[in-house]
Design a protein around this ligand. Structure first.
Ligand SMILES: O=CC(=O)O
Length: 324
């Protein structure tokens, strides 16, 4: 390691880290904690790096940047996450310390919306379940599957009509769905019916697509009451964060057939997936992969590198969430 290069602590590597690291290793000393079994301070000691030498953290949404981690690094100036969501970062501690925070920006918005629509169609039309059936039968026959349900005409309640929610709405309108939404407040520029009560939104929807950010207020925004209001044929799609849904109740509602199905890209305690979900044919599971396209990842890598460069040359961050 060249001693004169700035140290960047990698808490959670970008998926493309194997390309990222060599490309930028002439500019930074990357210390990849996620490849080590050691706790942070022992890891730094093993590399003979003093905690106050760390000025930047690079992380992904699966690694929590807790107040403890932040407090261990007295000279930390920036946290750069390769995600859009920032619920894994203790933002109040960052604010208190004046630590800058940069995200992946918004380029994966369309990829995430595409996956939401994909999951919705998969659950309604039983694509994954049929695929499993064909593979098991080997010889193709008309399959004895329960019928799917038409996508067109469905009333889709979008929970969180931000950038991703709007892209989901745009796509589903083209399928002939009727869009309804719940957000923190009514959007003056949008003509879709607004529901201030999420239970009422659920009662008026065939499908709920959960697109909002995870905050203290939105934690378990989809609870048992919402699921019961959605009803026995209702479907939930979640591309936001696992903890937006009370997962225990979700599992119970699915097992007891209180709702009709679910398409889930995110889980409450990732990478743990409740085992009851594995055997349910009306549930489609995806491994937090909504933004996993080559295009999104190339872009994310460039944004992360641009933010590192901006920080170390005292310029404004490219995609700031907190900046001064
Ligand atoms: O989950 C992925 C993201 O927040 O970008």
């Amino acid at each position: 390691m060249a001693q004169n290069l700035p140290y960047v602590l990698v808490l959670g590597p970008p998926l493309t880290y194997s390309e990222f690291q060599p490309r930028y290793s002439s500019s930074y000393n990357f210390l990849n904690l996620s490849s080590s079994p050691l706790p942070l301070l022992q890891f730094l000691a093993a590399h003979r790096v003093h905690p106050s030498s760390i000025r930047a953290i690079l992380c992904n949404p699966l690694q929590r940047v807790t107040a403890d981690v932040l407090r261990s690094l007295p000279s930390l100036g920036v946290v750069i996450t390769t995600s859009v969501g920032t619920d894994h970062i203790d933002l109040s501690e960052c604010r208190r310390r004046g630590i800058r925070v940069a995200t992946a920006g918004g380029l994966s918005t369309e990829d995430v919306a595409d996956l939401a629509v994909g999951l919705l169609i998969d659950v309604l039309r039983r694509i994954s379940a049929s695929d499993r059936c064909v593979r098991k039968l080997i010889r193709f026959e008309f399959l004895n599957l329960p019928l799917g349900s038409q996508v067109g005409g469905k009333r889709v309640g979008i929970v969180g009509l931000g950038k991703i929610g709007m892209e989901v709405a745009k796509r589903l309108e083209a399928f002939g769905c009727k869009i309804l939404y719940h957000s923190r407040s009514k959007k003056p520029s949008v003509s879709y019916p607004f529901y201030s009560s999420i239970v009422e939104l659920a009662a008026s929807s065939d499908v709920l697509v959960v697109c909002c950010a995870l905050t203290e207020e939105s934690h378990h925004i989809i609870d048992r009451k919402v699921m019961l209001a959605l009803g026995k044929d209702g479907v939930i799609v979640n591309i936001g964060r696992g903890a937006l849904i009370d997962e225990k109740e979700l599992v119970q509602c699915l097992v007891e057939k209180e709702i009709g199905g679910a398409g889930l890209d995110v889980f409450e305690n990732e990478p743990h997936v409740p085992k009851e979900l594995i055997s349910l044919d009306n549930v489609v599971l995806s491994p937090h992969a909504a933004s996993m396209t080559l295009e999104s990842f190339n872009h994310t890598m460039e944004i992360a590198a641009g933010n590192l460069e901006a920080f170390f040359s005292n310029k404004p961050l490219l995609t700031p969430l907190l900046d001064d």
